[in-house]
Design a binder for this molecule. Structure first.
Ligand code: FES
Ligand SMILES: [Fe+2]
Length: 444
């Protein structure tokens, strides 16, 4: 449907998304992926890291939002700057690993140009060689490109690469409640990232994965073998026997269609959503009395009950972040190519909470999301096969009309905040509505 020549106009993008279906090109076209980087990923707010990863002055975290090499550098005054990880000279990366400490300066590994932690040029070997060339070494403004739109939201760092784009709070709106809730699950109101994220390279378009995060209709069939295995392992045990953590976490995957459809969901403007408003697959985990007491002491009984009663199993902060308030974990999608996505699974320690909470996050990420997961391979096998089969000569459309039978439903979905069944594809339609809006909008 799309050619390089035909995608210059917004109308071509508009034709890919209908109210109840999307064209396969949104998942398979390299042209669309290139446009997504420019119009969506550079203009939306992308999660790039957590402040606990760079606590000391000079600490650096490297990341690559929308394919752009960026370093986040903790400054001597404790602020954080986002700088291009690209030397002014010939473009060598100033930081090669994921994390570093640059102490007093960043030194380019190629020809030794050095920069201050704020990115301004400090020194060049045999600097006289540049005399009269116009390179004003050391002058303000002659330094690494600085990305100005960096927001620290309760420790979660979000970057908007483009100069023009939506305001942070306007963009996320009520979805930020999921991050508030994660932070408040610490009796001290503080989270720490534990270890580097688990990474899983998946040969599929990022939207196939994102849709799945809101897909309540797939576990019964797709995760049947994993759920059945857990059930068999636990068969015959007394009802009240304490379950090993992995069993406790896997058994709910064996829930019924009615269970998954009844969790409830809420769609929000800009593609965000709460998935699970009444209960979710984590709700029945064993009570932790000491933790409840610590929360009561910190917040008071009523407020502690509200915090622990927050039910969203996966909150999507569109386009690439999914937040699990309990277990305290996030998933981050890193789209690499039209048919390649890296999934990162991050675990957090709620400071002041028993280690069991951290263990739940680590175990869940390992059991459900990692490359050695006994659950994720069910999905990943399907995602990768779908990516290949979408390119076939068969029907070029992907259907999204579940729960769209009410004639007023589709029109009423636009840019609204409303409750839907968790099994409804209104959740995916909501994502594509945001996608279409960002992809159609002009400007950088
Ligand atoms: S590329 Fe960095 S000093 Fe030459
Ligand atoms: Fe799944």
């Amino acid at each position: 449907m799309l050619t390089h020549a035909s995608t210059s106009g917004a109308s071509d993008i508009g034709a890919l998304v209908r109210e109840d279906r999307v064209h396969r090109d949104v998942y398979t076209s390299e042209t669309v992926f290139a446009l997504e980087r420019e119009r969506l990923f550079k203009r939306a707010w992308l999660f790039v890291g957590h402040t606990s990863q760079i606590p000391q002055p000079g600490d650096v975290l490297a990341c690559e939002p929308a394919g752009q090499p960026v370093i986040l550098v903790r400054q001597p005054d404790s602020g954080i700057l986002a700088l291009a990880n690209r030397c002014l000279h010939k473009g060598a990366p100033l930081v090669s690993g994921e994390q570093a400490n640059v102490a007093r300066m960043l030194r380019c590994p190629y020809h030794g140009w050095t920069y201050r932690p704020d990115g301004t040029l400090l020194a060049i070997p045999l600097r006289d060689g540049y005399a009269g060339t116009g390179l004003a070494a050391g002058c303000e403004g002659n330094g690494l490109v600085r990305y100005r739109h960096l927001v620290d939201y309760r420790g979660f760092l979000f970057l908007r690469l483009a100069e023009e784009g939506p305001d942070f709070h306007d963009w996320f709106g009520p979805a930020l409640a999921a991050l508030d809730n994660m932070v408040e699950r610490s009796p001290q109101g503080r989270l720490e990232v534990v270890g580097p994220p688990l990474r899983h390279r998946i040969r599929c378009n990022w939207k196939i994965y994102l849709e799945n995060i809101n897909d309540a209709m797939h576990p019964v069939s797709a995760h049947r073998s994993a759920a059945t295995t857990a059930k068999r392992l636990w068969a015959g045990r007394p009802e009240d026997a304490a379950k090993p953590m992995a069993i406790e976490q896997m058994l709910p995957f064996g829930g019924s269609y009615e269970f998954f459809d009844g969790m409830g969901a809420r769609i929000l403007p800009n593609g965000h959503s709460f998935f699970g408003t009444r209960f979710n697959i984590h709700t029945a985990y064993g009570a932790l009395d000491a933790y409840r007491q610590a929360m009561n002491d910190a917040y008071g009984e009523t407020r502690a009950g509200e915090i622990l009663g927050f039910r969203s199993q996966n909150t999507i902060l569109y386009p690439t972040l999914s937040v699990k308030s309990s277990p305290v974990a996030i998933r981050v999608l890193r789209p690499v190519a039209v048919d390649e996505t890296i999934l990162e699974s991050w675990s957090f320690r709620p400071v002041g909470a028993p280690d069991t909470l951290l263990e739940r996050a680590l175990t869940y990420n390992r059991v459900a999301f990692s490359p050695m997961s006994v659950v994720a391979h069910d999905d990943v096998h399907l995602f990768e096969a779908m990516q290949r089969h979408l390119g076939s000569d068969a029907n070029p459309w992907v259907d999204l009309r579940r729960d769209a039978g009410d004639p007023g439903a589709l029109a009423g979905e636009g840019a609204t905040d409303r409750e839907v069944a968790s099994g409804s594809e209104a959740l995916m339609r909501n994502q594509f509505r945001a996608w279409q809006h960002m992809m159609r909008a002009s400007g950088s």
